[in-house]
Design a protein around this ligand. Structure first.
Ligand code: HEC
Ligand code: HEC
Length: 470
């Protein structure tokens, strides 16, 4: 059975690798209405101003995988958040354009159901995915559009995206006009991230079989897995010195026991050093404990923000005997210290955590890389040709300053436009009907000009912009 499942996964992987490189805008994947169990939707927390929409989430998918969003075109979000590793990374640090990430990349799992309960990032410094989405792009180490030390900034990125044809179509498709802004980039990425869900594990099957009661033994679990579940969920028995002498292992008060989100208290669990060895007391949350292991039973990367536990057993060594610090969460003391785990209990906990691994997150094409191996993407479908009339302030002229030519973006290709260019003494120096977006100004001297665009046959100025010719 297991073997068959993996052959099927292999076939699926193979078939979508063959067709990647193409997005059919007439047949979008379903991001809007996933089949999410009630115990997850009870936590749903998505801002009213950015609900998931198939069009914008499709744009988000392209942005997530696009290396052109980094200053040297070598890194995308997916460089540190691999689908095959539950959108985390098996290596300790991710390779950014200017060095290695300072912490371990976090697996991006079920963010739609928890981001406001906990903050985002290991130290919870960011509140929403909208606020987070462009931070890696603007991070000097990660994707490089920081504006620091002469590096380009996000406006430079937007200018370069303005010349990429698939973004013109996709922003138009998602937002109704092709204007690219930081806000729209954030919204689209946030929607894509929120769409990534994993609720098809053995644990979820078991929960369905008991009618949603996580405290009953699951009929589909082995004895060892059920014993691990009981340990995880049950309070320990402590002696008068606070040492654990039996009972459960007290994990659930911090790692919620159906969704495996983190329950907030904003103190640390005793892991207090950064990768570089400096002290850190404010690592106050854990990633979802779902998909800690991949479908082959291997860890999706070293554990904790600094990767100090290379195996699950080493992680338990930490909890078994935690050193006190000034910001230690009281729930660590309540587990019992030392925790006195037996070898059998260690194996039971590991067997249980392995039941939290799903399948879909690793293979569903809707979350996969849409680019082909040469970094190209082709958009197909009737909606590729959509065009509309753009309000004045959404017509753009670029590059500006220009030298030999410029482009006009945002005009409705179904309508006839006339362009007039005036010099600084008000004389008309160019007048033509626009038949495409390209305007040649090779013959004009450097200086400041005014560009006016009219709808053909009408005298009202439709748009008026200043243009600098170098
Ligand atoms: C160079 C590697 C790297 C790249 C590139 C990168 N990330 Fe990350 N990501 C990380 C690391 C490291 C963390 C944890 C950082 C921390 O907590 O200080 C992280 C954390 C996150 C989180 C927080 C998850 C949570 O549960 O708190 C999100 C969301 C995220 N990244 C999304 C993105 C997006 C979107 C992009 C692309 C725009 C991106 N990342 C690009 C390394 C990377
Ligand atoms: C005080 C609350 C608390 C308790 C109790 C607790 N944890 Fe954690 N756990 C955390 C925090 C905080 C982190 C992240 C720490 C870090 O990375 O520096 C974490 C991280 C983890 C991780 C690593 C996740 C990853 O992706 O790196 C695992 C696995 C884990 N805990 C399992 C357990 C188990 C099993 C128990 C019970 C034996 C337990 N935890 C008890 C707070 C807690």
């Amino acid at each position: 059975m297991k073997k068959l499942k993996f052959t099927l996964i292999g076939l699926l992987l193979f078939s979508f690798i063959c067709i990647s490189g193409t997005i059919d805008l007439d047949n979008l994947f379903n991001y809007e209405t996933p089949e999410t169990p009630d115990y997850a939707t009870a936590f749903i927390n998505e801002p009213f101003y950015n609900p998931i929409d198939n069009k914008a989430a499709t744009l988000g998918r392209v942005l997530f995988y696009d290396k052109k969003l980094s200053s040297d075109n070598s890194v995308s979000c997916s460089s540190c958040h691999h689908q095959a590793q539950a959108f985390g990374l098996k290596e300790l640090q991710g390779q950014g354009v200017n060095g290695l990430s300072l912490r371990r990349p976090i697996r991006l799992v079920n963010l739609r159901y928890r981001e406001f309960i906990e903050g985002l990032f290991w130290d919870e410094r960011t509140g929403t995915l909208e606020a987070l989405a462009t931070q890696p792009i603007q991070d000097h180490i990660e994707m490089g559009y920081s504006g620091q030390n002469g590096a380009p900034n996000i406006d430079d990125l937007i200018e370069s995206m303005d010349t990429i044809a698939y973004y013109e179509t996709l922003f138009n498709f998602a937002f109704g006009d092709p204007l690219i802004t930081k806000d729209r980039i954030s919204k689209a990425i946030a929607q894509f991230l929120r769409s990534i869900e994993s609720y098809d594990s053995k644990f979820d099957e078991g929960l369905a079989l008991t009618g949603g009661d996580q405290n009953l033994d699951f009929p589909n679990f082995t004895e060892e897995e059920n014993a691990g579940k009981a340990l995880f969920n049950t309070s320990p028995q402590l002696d008068s010195m606070g040492e654990r002498i039996g009972g459960g292992t007290g994990c659930a008060p911090c790692h919620e026991s159906r969704n495996f989100h983190f329950l907030v208290e904003r103190k640390n669990n005793g892991v207090v050093s950064e990768i570089d060895g400096s002290e850190v007391l404010n690592i106050t949350k854990s990633p979802s404990l779902r998909n800690l292991f991949d479908p082959n039973g291997e860890l999706n990367g070293p554990l904790f923000h600094n990767g100090q536990a290379l195996t699950f057993d080493e992680l338990l060594d930490h909890y078994n005997d935690v050193d006190l610090n000034d910001n230690l969460d009281t729930r660590i003391i309540e587990m019992g210290q030392p925790l006195n785990l037996t070898d059998e209990e260690r194996l039971q906990l590991e067997a249980f955590l392995k039941t939290l691994t799903g399948t879909d997150i690793y293979i569903n094409e809707k979350w996969s890389d849409p680019f082909d191996e040469n970094g190209n993407i082709e958009l197909v479908g009737s909606t590729v040709q959509i065009s509309r009339l753009f309000p004045d302030n959404q017509i753009k002229i670029f590059p500006n300053p220009a030298s030999s030519h410029f482009y006009i973006k945002g005009n409705d290709t179904n309508k006839a436009y006339v362009i007039h260019i005036y010099n600084n003494t008000g004389q008309i120096v160019l007048q033509k009907r626009l038949d495409n977006n390209y305007v040649n100004v090779d013959h004009l001297k450097s200086g400041v000009y005014t560009v006016q665009i009219f709808l053909d046959g009408k005298s009202d100025i439709f748009v008026s912009k200043q243009l600098i010719i170098k």
